[in-house]
Write a protein that binds this ligand. Structure first.
Ligand SMILES: [Zn+2]
Length: 456
């Protein structure tokens, strides 16, 4: 493979050329209610050539047939020549690298039979179904994938990387009359089959919570102090702030450019936010991004001040900043774009008890069911929540929707917990048409004053 790729690169007429080839085998088994929804194994092979003509722009050719790479390079080059970039494109400098990164799995899932994988997810599904007669539907999913990625560019970099991934997700839907509630739990990471095992408690939690939500009252809308659990805090910082740190977005959006000025105060001194693609075992972790740039720790907010953003080689050069290792592609069907890796709010010093003890009436909001962000405005639904009354966690409430302005909300974070956690959840991030990209999120509990809560 290496000889083939390098021979094709040598013949390229472009100013810069890269070839990424991916061989991926994956298995997916899912149950919907009592029915096996699907059980399939897929082998997917393909590649992408990206050529840069500094004067014109990028040209991209994707393909499944790996023969005749030279011809694909020529096609990408021809595409580059008809591109119409408004300004010449430069690439931030990186070192030439040669690496072969092997996966470490305790129990390689490629050696596990489909029958054993099916038995695993069937067991979780049976736990959901058997937890209560109020559980009327379920969704239980097991997915593994093993990719062998080859990357080489015309500067001389050559990287081979094995990328394993395993995800288990369970959703329980409970009903009592017209009242229908659901709860979802998932986990995932760059591991072997062992990671998918022994997740019975996860299934039990999803089922128990769906049933508990049947008994929860809708929250009364209003302004409250909110304590967000690690999951909600992690999703919030990824969705509401992290995407604004992606420099392609900043560069292309005059409004975002105005907002994301380095040196601007975003929060109190206690707030620190970073993105780090080097954390062992997290879903967004790689030694190199999909342009061959080493990943690293990138501070985004330091002591409340915006200090950094995420770059590809192109955006780094455009904005005259350092490359950060954040050019990522979801598969060989796409060129890399600026993406987060593992994004986190740094650990603080306040204990959970101290965080809630002075709250007379507030909300403890946990988990997140997606949400919407529009530049600086966001709204998120929490998966489940509790009232805080007189410094104590009180009854469960549902339909908790948090909304607000990102800047006001970040300023209103007045306590950061000392209980930081990486959240090894399944799912992934979507941007452009590239979803789901595995990313990591982490946070401690955080307390936010004056959050607008819409109930039903
Ligand atoms: Zn995202």
């Amino acid at each position: 493979m290496r000889d083939k790729i390098q021979a094709a690169l040598k013949l390229s007429k472009a100013d810069y050329t890269e070839i990424r080839i991916e061989e991926k085998e994956s298995a997916r088994i899912s149950y919907q209610g009592r029915d096996l929804e699907n059980a399939n194994a897929v082998i997917d092979k393909g590649g992408v050539v990206r050529c840069l003509s500094r004067k014109h722009g990028w040209g991209v050719a994707t393909f499944n047939n790996l023969d005749d790479l030279k011809n694909k390079v020529e096609q990408a080059y021809q595409c580059a020549l008809v591109a119409q970039s408004e300004e010449p494109i430069e690439l931030g400098p990186i070192e030439v690298i040669e690496e072969h990164i092997q996966a470490v799995m305790k129990h390689d899932f490629r050696d596990v039979s489909m029958a054993a994988k099916k038995a695993l997810v069937e067991n979780y599904n049976n736990i959901l179904l058997g937890s209560s007669d109020k559980i009327i539907d379920t969704n239980s999913v097991y997915v593994d994938s093993f990719s062998h990625v080859y990357f080489a560019n015309s500067e001389g970099t050559y990287i081979e990387e094995e990328r394993p991934s395993v995800v288990v997700a369970t959703t329980a839907i409970a009903r009592d009359g017209d009242n229908v509630q659901q709860s979802h739990e998932s986990c995932g990471g760059p591991f072997g089959f062992e990671f998918a095992q022994d997740k019975e408690e996860m299934a039990r939690t999803a089922a128990r919570r769906a049933v508990e939500l049947l008994g929860a009252k809708s929250v009364v809308g209003g302004q409250y102090p909110v304590v967000a659990d690690q999951m909600l805090a992690g999703v919030f910082i990824h969705e509401a702030f992290g995407h604004l740190s992606e420099s392609d977005f900043v560069y292309e959006n005059p409004k975002a450019k105005e907002m994301m000025v380095l040196g601007r105060r975003f929060g109190r001194d206690i707030l620190n936010v970073y993105d780090d693609g080097t954390i062992p075992g997290q879903r967004g972790t790689h030694r190199f991004d999909d342009e061959g740039t080493p990943t690293r720790h990138n501070d985004l907010i330091k002591d409340g001040i915006l200090v950094g953003r995420l770059h590809s080689r192109e955006t780094a050069a455009k904005m005259d900043e350092k490359v950060t290792g954040n050019a990522r592609a979801v598969s060989y069907r796409f060129p890399p774009i600026v993406r987060m890796t593992n994004t986190a709010i740094e650990n603080g010093t306040t204990s959970f008890q101290d965080m809630i003890k002075d709250i007379k009436l507030g909300i403890y909001a946990c988990d997140a069911y997606g949400g919407e962000t529009m530049l600086e405005n966001f709204s998120f639904s929490s998966g489940y929540a509790y009232m805080i009354r007189d410094g104590r966690i009180a009854e469960m409430v549902k339909d908790v929707i948090l909304s607000g302005n990102l800047f006001t909300t970040l300023q209103n974070i007045d306590a950061i917990g000392n209980d930081f956690k990486w959240l090894a959840v399944g799912g992934g991030c979507g941007k452009g048409k590239q979803a789901p990209l595995p990313v990591g999120m982490g946070a401690p509990h955080i307390r936010i004053q004056n959050v607008v809560i819409g109930g039903q």
